[in-house]
Design a protein around this ligand. Structure first.
Ligand SMILES: NC(=O)c1ccc[n+]([C@@H]2O[C@H](COP(=O)([O-])OP(=O)(O)OC[C@H]3O[C@@H](n4cnc5c(N)ncnc54)[C@H](OP(=O)(O)O)[C@@H]3O)[C@@H](O)[C@H]2O)c1
Length: 358
């Protein structure tokens, strides 16, 4: 029998002590074609990874190293998972050294450099890289991802919103200027740094609106829905913190563009868009208790569940999308992009189906 040498791609995780970094490690550790060369953290440098990510005890033998470019430079690909505004210089240096970068923050998602001043309050130092970056949503940009050296992984609530919206908007089923998104998100969406809003007595049991107007994810939702489905998109977006740790549910309320679409109209447009997608599931079965998307059953999984309802009384189309914010909303989606770049099975490392009951 011949011996086949398995090609392992060397990857590093920059910002590995955070929630997204932890999910990247969890997923990459189960990937058959990956060798993790470094996991960085300033706060926990020198400490075993499992002291911060207890689920990785006996799974990961690594210790954190200082977040320095030299510590990750022997990898082929670096996943950067830093707070927004912190990735720009690191990413530029890594690209200059010939590495590929999959960035999970917001620093390369927007194409218009001036949008960074408006939405993020800083002048982008490398506008030329915004041109080069590919928005890492495989369902919209698979071909560009294949040859990209810089991937900008979408924001979590943006991913869910875009996946729900693009097919019906593209098919002219909803009025592009009458789209209102109500999003619900769990506490891990805010990252692992302690804050007053996230402090247990303040956060527990909330159904708390936050940033009900002007949320930053509007910028990328409008950018991507416009790219895919044409201009004139106006989005009202209002997120709420709810009492879960993982998960996002977006509920989109939209007016029809003409006559109210039928159920077959919506089925058809979603089927056409997503039938071949490995991680999109259509969930609409009014006879079942799990008949519409619910993030509870997506914990740890890379699926995005999409559903819809039609309300003739209020002349309204209602669209739903549920994801795990840390998986399809961040680390899982990033690994899906990685698989596409390297020609691996898109599902490699991402087969965990979630739990039931959860
Ligand atoms: N949480 C989500 O659901 C989610 C979903 C999609 C996208 N994102 C985005 O992903 C990124 C990471 O999110 P997160 O939730 O994992 O945040 P987090 O839990 O706060 O983790 C942040 C990580 O960045 C490191 N870090 C902070 N400042 C740094 C700097 N200047 N240089 C090097 N490392 C630095 C931290 O490491 P040390 O402090 O230990 O050094 C930590 O590992 C953010 O941009 C976030 O918006 C998050």
């Amino acid at each position: 029998m011949e011996d086949y040498e398995v090609r392992l791609v060397k990857v590093a995780v920059y910002g590995a002590s955070g929630y997204v970094g932890g999910e990247l490690l969890r997923i990459l550790l189960s990937h058959s074609s990956v060798e993790i060369t470094a996991a960085t953290s300033k706060r926990f440098s020198g400490m075993p990874v499992h002291k911060v990510h207890p689920n990785l005890r006996k799974v990961c033998q690594m210790s954190f190293v200082e977040p320095k470019v030299e510590n990750v430079a022997n990898a082929e690909v670096v996943f950067t998972a830093l707070p927004h505004g912190q990735s720009t210089h690191v990413v530029k240096t890594l690209l200059d050294r010939g590495l590929k970068v999959i960035d999970l923050g917001a620093d390369f998602r927007l194409k218009d450099p001036s949008a960074y001043e408006k939405w993020y309050g800083f002048k982008h130092p490398y506008p030329e890289l915004l041109e080069k970056a590919v928005y890492g949503l495989p369902e919209l940009h698979r071909d560009e991802i294949r040859t990209a050296s810089l991937i900008a992984v979408p924001g979590c609530m943006a991913s869910a919103s875009i996946l729900a919206l693009v097919p019906p908007v593209k098919n002219g089923l909803v009025d592009r200027s009458q789209i209102f998104i109500d999003a619900k998100i769990g506490s891990s969406g805010a990252g692992s740094s302690p804050t007053l809003e996230g402090y247990h007595p303040e956060r527990y049991n909330v159904v708390r609106p936050y940033k009900p107007a002007g949320h930053r994810h509007v910028a990328e939702i409008v950018q991507e829905v416009s790219n895919a489905a044409g201009g004139g998109i106006v989005i009202g977006f209002s997120p709420h913190s709810v009492n879960i740790v993982r998960g996002i549910l977006v509920t989109v309320h939209a007016r029809p563009s003409g006559r109210l679409p039928s159920f077959p109209d919506l089925w058809r447009c979603y089927r056409q868009a997503y039938d071949k997608e490995p991680f999109i599931r259509l969930v609409r079965d009014p006879t079942m208790v799990h008949g519409l998307p619910d993030p509870k059953y997506l914990m740890g999984s890379n699926f995005a569940d999409i559903g819809f309802e039609i309300d003739a009384d209020s002349n309204r189309v209602i669209l739903f999308a549920a994801i795990d914010n840390l998986v399809k909303g961040a680390a899982g989606n990033a690994v899906q992009c990685f698989n596409i770049i390297f020609g691996f099975d898109e599902k490699e490392g991402l087969t965990f189906p979630g739990l039931h009951p959860a």
